[in-house]
Design a protein around this ligand. Structure first.
Ligand code: BEZ
Ligand code: FE
Length: 297
């Protein structure tokens, strides 16, 4: 089709794409083009702004490395990752609500025995005991479910963010017992700013936004016959619960990380001040699928 004026372009592109044999690809691309063109018309984007936008996308790619995923970070701070999570995980009142995977999950973290610590020797911080039970959405235990956990340290850093931090620290996988129970030791995490050295940080600064996430522990729970649950549990005494830069905090995911004196620790062999988090995780029936890791090292 010969283009007569600006208004023809959207239909011309869609007509050209109409032969796409994959019907889902066709529908998604048509919607993308219609919304993109609508956005360009609505904002009357200037050529300078368009060039800037394209250079920005290029920078997202350039800033992405095997150990850092800037593209996911940008999607997270725009609320897009959380929205996709909501749209694809409509949960019943008895399932645990999901939260985004984030850019820091690493595949194949150490397989530990129940009760072991994910904090390697010398990790600073308040000792934390985490316990819970993996269940289906009717409250029946899911025996031998795999509970993959990861978290930041009390300075708000993940192991792979700084060369000097110990490899795979504060990450681990636990197989729940025959009744679905698991527990492990760690240190209380801190809230932290998402990485701001790249184009995502530049955007946050331009928008005068906080880069912080509240303190949390990540969980990925999987078992055959159940939809993999990816979620985060947030400390109720943390700052930034109401302005998480990634829009992930749901009320049901806020829990008390209860403080104890060393006197309470005897049953667990704990002889120092500590805190405890007890949180059960309920999975829906479905296909067990492990996400693609956002980073490879
Ligand atoms: C995280 O919780 O690990 C995270 C999520 C989104 C952006 C940055 C970090
Ligand atoms: Fe995190």
């Amino acid at each position: 089709m010969i283009i007569q004026n600006e208004k023809d372009i959207t239909d011309a592109v869609c007509a050209e794409m109409a032969k796409t044999p994959d019907l889902r690809l066709r529908a998604v691309m048509e919607s993308l083009v219609r919304h993109l063109h609508g956005f360009l018309r609505e904002t009357r984007l200037t050529e300078e702004e368009w060039e800037f936008g394209l250079a920005y996308l290029t920078e997202l790619g350039r800033a992405t490395t095997p150990s850092h995923n800037e593209t996911i970070l940008a999607a997270d701070v725009l609320g897009a990752s959380s929205l996709v999570g909501f749209l694809n995980n409509a949960v019943s009142s008895t399932e645990t609500e999901p939260a985004l995977l984030g850019p820091f999950w690493r595949q194949n973290s150490p397989l530990l025995s129940i009760g072991e610590s994910i904090a390697k020797a010398g990790t600073p911080g308040l000792l934390m005991r985490v316990a819970g039970r993996v269940m289906d959405d009717r409250g029946n235990p899911i025996p031998r479910a795999m509970v993959d956990v990861w978290q930041a340290d009390p300075r708000g850093l993940y192991d792979n963010q700084i060369e000097s931090l110990e490899e795979m620290n504060l990450r681990g996988r636990f197989e729940a017992d025959d009744q679905g129970y698991f527990h492990f030791l760690s240190v209380k995490p801190a809230g932290y700013p998402v990485p701001t050295h790249g184009p995502t940080g530049a955007l946050l600064r331009a928008q005068k936004r906080s880069a912080y996430r509240p303190a949390h522990v990540h969980f990925m729970v999987s078992a055959p016959g159940f939809k993999t649950l990816v979620t985060q549990v947030f400390a109720d005494d943390s700052e930034h619960l109401d302005n998480d830069v990634t829009f992930s905090v749901l009320q049901s995911l806020v829990a008390t990380f209860k403080r104890h004196s060393e006197l309470d620790g005897a049953p667990y062999g704990i002889g120092e001040p500590w805190c405890s988090l007890t949180y059960d995780l309920a999975l829906a029936s479905g296909e067990s699928r492990i996400p693609v890791a956002p980073i490879t090292c």
